[in-house]
Design a protein around this ligand. Structure first.
Ligand code: NAD
Ligand code: MG
Length: 386
């Protein structure tokens, strides 16, 4: 008999969270659940906690404590609420933490799990974008392991394992191009919330769906890839691949290109983060190559998708600039989702804040938290005045 691995799922009520629940439910012989968390959705959190037989359920918003208490009364599941409680949940002894909170809000719990040397299945790319160098240093200090869940990075991780870094020529990060891949700038000006949320290939949470539409998601993934893999910034190339079948590729010094392919289903990279270095069964739809017929690739258009240019600039200049980019983007996306600004204003706002605030050398995690909070205030003030 093999011992079960224990798993905690942060952001269990989200899109990645739901896919993780699905994988865990079909492998209860291999995984036991320690803690599950959510922001405000008490009912979905309680359901997940009961279904997964979790030992503990934590809700981020303290005002939801009483509702969670009644929803889980008599189950024996430990409950808690608030930001501190999320950090304490990450400190509970699980072998694996699936980090699937959206945005910089995921940073502190992820860090707490890193500091006890856990394996992190990282979906929450924003934390690597705003504090990548400091997080990778913490990972090294505490002997933690980071396995990417983002499909592109999981693909690269899968084809990169055991390969020497000086033999890598390029990382080819694929991008679907989002719903507006073929739209003119003029047409993009009047994009609605519903149009931007309708991703052609993936079903995802609201924030990442908007990021995919502006292609800021690929910009964040460029920065994420640079932190995860041993290559220079100019060795990471973005390739538009509208079908989302090839999840990314690595080109080696002898000209070989290795790719990982699959249907667009996040359960595959989630399962790999759980089972690595082994593989487990997942019932995803399978690729039928004859039906697909041909695969399409294009160069991204930096004019229509300025977020790509801004993210590369943030990566090149480094310091706190990626933190500025990320926080300004989070505030701008929320404003767009509330119909307060237009679609093109999202990247416009990020560019404005990057120019206005510039970059400082990055020295501590406290500085990341302070910069993140300051940029959120500045962005809100800018949007209120424009
Ligand atoms: P989502 O909006 O569907 O879910 C977010 C989860 O985080 C929810 O459980 C929510 O309760 C929780 N949460 C939100 N704000 C919080 C806060 N302030 N404090 C504590 N918890 C909070 O998002 P998602 O699409 O599942 O994405 C999650 C992360 O995974 C993001 O970083 C995203 O970029 C990344 N990701 C998602 C996909 C995808 O297919 N959805 C693919 C790759 C990467
Ligand atoms: Mg991705």
């Amino acid at each position: 008999m093999t011992l079960k691995k224990s798993v905690s799922v942060f952001g269990v009520t989200g899109s990645i969270g739901a896919s993780t629940v699905d994988v865990l439910k079909s492998h209860t012989d291999k995984y036991a659940v320690e803690a599950v968390t959510a922001h405000r959705n008490v009912d979905a959190l309680a359901t997940a906690a009961i279904e997964l037989r979790a030992k503990c359920a934590v809700i981020g918003d303290p005002d939801c404590f009483d509702a969670l208490k009644s929803a889980l009364a008599g189950t024996g599941i430990d409950i808690a609420a608030g930001e501190e409680a999320l950090i304490e949940a990450a400190e509970r002894p699980s072998d694996i933490v699936i980090a699937a909170i959206v945005g910089a809000a995921g940073l502190k719990p992820t860090l707490a799990a890193i500091r006890r040397g856990a394996r992190i299945g990282l979906a929450n790319k924003e934390t690597l974008v705003c504090a990548g160098a400091l997080m990778t240093a913490e990972i090294a200090t505490h002997g933690a392991t980071l396995i990417p869940v983002d499909s592109e990075h999981s693909a690269i991780f899968q084809v990169l394992e055991d390969r020497e870094e000086n033999r890598i020529d390029r990382i080819l990060l694929t991008a679907s191009g989002g719903p507006f891949r073929e739209w003119s700038l003029e047409d993009m000006r009047s994009v609605t919330r519903a149009q931007a949320l309708a991703h052609p290939n993936w079903e995802m949470g609201a924030k990442i769906s908007i990021d995919s539409a502006t292609m800021m998601n690929k910009g964040l993934e460029l920065i994420e890839a640079w932190h995860l893999f041993p290559v220079a910034e100019e060795q990471i190339e973005i390739v538009v691949h509208p079908q989302s079948v090839v999840h990314s590729m690595v080109e080696y010094s002898d000209g070989s290109v290795l790719a990982q392919l699959g249907t667009p289903d996040m359960r595959t990279p989630i399962a790999y983060a759980l089972s690595w270095p082994d593989r487990i069964k997942v019932d995803t739809p399978r690729l039928d190559f004859a039906t697909i017929g041909s695969l399409k690739f294009e160069t991204p258009d930096m004019n229509r998708f300025p977020a790509l240019r801004l993210a590369r600039q943030a990566l090149q200049e480094g310091g706190t600039l990626p933190t500025v980019l990320n926080a300004a983007n989070e505030v701008a996306v929320e404003a767009f989702l509330k119909d307060r600004i237009g679609f093109l204003d999202i990247a416009g706002t990020v560019e404005k804040l990057m120019t206005r605030l510039g970059s400082e050398a990055l020295t501590s995690l406290d500085q990341v938290f302070e910069t993140d909070a300051m940029v959120r205030r500045e962005t809100a003030a800018y949007l209120a005045s424009s």
